[in-house]
Design a protein around this ligand. Structure first.
Ligand SMILES: *Cc1c(COP(=O)(O)O)cnc(C)c1O
Length: 392
C-alpha cells in the first residue's frame, strides 16, 4: 500500500496539475479493486475508472462515493443501473444518450457523461468526424451533462510517438469544437511518462499505479515501485532418483538425485502454464527452476541446489527475496506476453494481503474480507495463513 500511494503521488506530480483518474479495472490489474481504490483515493487520486457496470457496483457497494467513469461499452438497457449507482458512463451513440436522458428526466437528475472519441485505435469510440456533432446534440439534451471528452492511444508505449501525436491532434480538433466540455483526458501511463504535456485536465494511468512500466520503450522517468508480490510456501518435499519424471506428460526427468518442492499455485491461480520447464521461483534467496508442466492448482520446483531448504519455506513467484528479484516483466517475457496480462491473471483464489509499513492492514480471500481495523485486531499468524495449507 505504501508503494501504491507513492506511485499515485509520483504520477500525479507528473501531470502538470491535472486531475488523476486511477484505473482500477480488472480487479485493479489483479491487485484487488476495493483495497486499491481506497488507497489510491487516499493518496490523492480524484476519480476512478472501470470498464463495466459490475466493476463500478463493486466499488459502490464497498462505500466508495467518488466519481467512477465506466470507460467501456454499456448498453442502453443499463441506463437505469448507471443512474442507480451514480456511475458516469462513456457515451458513443445518440441511442445511449437518449436512454440516459430519459432516465435522468424521469428522476429529475442531471447525469454526467464522458464522450469517447476514437482517434485511431479503432476499438471503441465515436469516429472523430462524428464526435463534434453528437457533442453538440448532447449539449441540448435535458438531463445530460457532458462533463468529459476523451480518447485512447494505440501506440503510446512505442518509441516512435508519431501516431500518438497524430491522434492527439485529431482529438484536439474535436475538443476545439466542443470547448464547453470541462474535462479532456487522453493520457495512459505511457503517455504520462513520455509526453506529460498531453495531460490536459485529467490523466488516466493504470499500470504505473501498480509500479510497472508499459514497455521497454517507455522512459523510466519516475521511480515507480512494484506494488505486488506473489508468494507461496513449500508444501511438500520429495526426493527423486535419476530418471524419475515430474508432472503431466512426464516432460521433465531428474538428471541426478533431485529434491522437488511442491507449490500450491497453478494456472488457475494465474501462474501461466507457459512457465512449464522454463520459469523459476525464489527460495532462500536463490532461483529454483519450475520443473515439469505447471498444473491447474500446483507446480513443482527443483530445490536440489537450495541449501537447508525446508517445508513451509517462503517461495517468491513475483517479487524480491534477499538479493534476488523476479519482476512481472520477466515472467511476462518468458510467457511471450506483457505485464498487464500476468497481473490481471492472478485469480480470485489467491488471498490478497495488504501491508502498510510491513504490517498487514487488510486481507481479501474467496471467503473473507477483513478491513483495516478488523484486520489490525487479528493476530498476524492468523492473517498470514492462507485458506489452504501452503496456499499461494
Ligand atoms: C486500461 C485503460 C487505461 C490505462 O492504461 P495503462 O496503460 O494501464 O496506463 C486508460 N484508459 C483506458 C480507456 C483504458 O482502457
Amino acid at each position: 500500500m505504501d508503494a501504491l500511494a507513492d506511485n499515485v503521488r509520483l504520477l500525479k506530480s507528473r501531470a502538470n496539475g491535472a486531475a488523476l483518474l486511477a484505473v482500477v479495472k480488472a480487479n485493479a490489474y489483479g491487485h484487488g479493486a476495493v483495497a486499491v481504490a481506497r488507497a489510491a483515493l487516499a493518496a490523492g487520486a480524484d476519480r476512478l475508472g472501470v470498464i463495466c457496470v459490475d466493476e463500478g457496483e463493486q466499488l459502490r457497494r464497498a462505500g466508495i462515493t467518488e466519481p467512477i467513469l465506466v470507460m467501456g461499452h454499456t448498453s442502453a438497457g443499463e441506463a437505469q443501473r448507471l443512474a442507480d449507482l451514480s456511475l458516469t458512463p462513456s457515451v458513443v451513440s445518440s441511442e445511449m444518450a437518449l436512454a440516459l436522458a430519459r432516465v435522468a428526466s424521469e428522476r429529475g437528475i442531471e447525469m454526467p457523461v464522458h464522450l469517447k472519441v476514437d482517434t485511431g485505435l479503432n476499438r471503441y469510440g465515436l469516429p472523430a468526424s462524428e464526435a463534434a456533432d453528437l457533442g453538440r446534440r448532447l449539449r441540448d439534451l435535458a438531463g445530460i451533462q457532458t462533463e468529459g471528452l476523451f480518447t485512447h492511444f494505440a501506440s503510446a508505449d512505442e518509441g516512435d510517438k508519431g501516431y500518438t501525436v497524430e491522434q492527439h491532434k485529431l482529438f484536439l480538433a474535436v475538443a476545439e469544437q466542443l470547448d464547453w466540455v470541462p474535462i479532456r483526458h487522453v493520457s495512459n501511463t505511457a503517455t504520462l511518462l513520455d509526453m506529460p504535456d498531453m495531460s490536459l485536465e485529467m490523466v488516466r494511468p493504470g499500470l504505473g499505479i501498480y509500479g510497472c512500466y508499459p514497455s521497454t520503450h517507455v522512459k523510466r522517468s519516475l521511480p515507480l515501485r512494484p506494488v505486488l508480490s506473489l508468494k507461496g510456501r513449500i508444501a511438500r518435499l520429495t526426493s527423486l532418483a535419476p530418471g524419475e519424471s515430474v508432472s503431466y506428460g512426464r516432460t521433465w526427468r531428474a538428471p541426478r538425485p533431485s529434491l522437488i518442492g511442491l507449490l500450491m499455485c497453478g494456472y488457475a491461480d494465474g501462474l501461466p502454464r507457459a512457465l512449464s520447464n522454463c520459469g523459476s521461483v525464489l527460495v532462500r534467496g536463490r532461483r529454483a527452476p519450475i520443473v515439469g508442466r505447471v498444473c491447474m492448482d500446483m507446480c513443482m520446483v527443483d530445490v536440489s541446489d537450495i541449501p537447508d531448504v525446508a517445508l513451509d519455506d517462503e517461495v517468491v513467484i513475483i517479487g524480491r527475496q534477499g538479493e534476488e528479484e523476479i519482476s512481472t516483466d520477466e515472467v511476462a517475457e518468458l510467457c511471450g506476453t506483457i505485464s498487464y496480462e500476468i497481473l490481471c491473471g492472478i485469480s480470485a483464489r489467491v488471498p490478497r494481503l495488504y501491508l502498510r509499513q510491513g504490517s498487514i492492514v487488510s486481507k481479501q480471500t474467496l471467503v473473507l474480507e477483513l478491513q483495516d481495523e478488523a484486520a489490525a485486531n487479528v493476530p498476524e499468524e492468523v492473517l498470514a495463513e492462507g485458506p489452504s495449507p501452503g496456499g499461494a
